[in-house]
Design a protein around this ligand. Structure first.
Ligand SMILES: [Zn+2]
Length: 141
């Protein structure tokens, strides 16, 4: 596969809460004895923010291709690689089709016609996965 083109945008997304605790009076991020941010006990909506960000990064794929059928390859499970066709009506569906049913994080590069990404989860430290809108002339089964 030719990959001489450059990514339009790159980013990172995780389905684990990334909210940090803050001082309710000063709104400063709290840190522990090592200077690391303290995870928040409650989520302030980081997942929705992450989805919105990802949605903006891949907006051109929805607009150009204008349909909800996608094909994904190279999702690494503990014993095999999987992929397949799926339907997505919104970005939450899309991310579900690109990932696994557990805690994960993903580094992605968005191109004009695809998303290349590396998915890390408890069974894999990364992957060479690709998401593409499914061509209309591709057999849909
Ligand atoms: Zn959160």
């Amino acid at each position: 596969m030719e990959t001489t083109d450059k990514p339009i945008v790159s980013g990172e997304i995780t389905n684990t809460c990334t909210c940090q605790a803050f001082d309710p009076e000063t709104f400063e991020i709290l840190t522990d004895d090592y200077g690391d941010p303290v995870p928040s006990d409650e989520c302030f909506g980081c997942w929705d923010d992450a989805l919105n960000m990802f949605s903006e990064d891949i907006a051109h794929l929805w607009e150009v291709y204008g349909h909800d059928r996608w094909v994904v390859t190279g999702i690494q499970l503990w014993n095999r690689e999987v992929g397949g066709h799926f339907e997505a009506r919104n970005v939450a569906d899309l991310v579900r089709g690109m990932t696994v049913n557990s805690a994960w994080s993903m580094k992605y590069h968005v191109y004009a016609d695809r998303v290349e990404y590396s998915l890390s989860h408890h069974d894999a430290l990364g992957s060479a996965s690709v998401l593409r809108p499914l061509d209309d002339d591709t057999c849909w089964s």
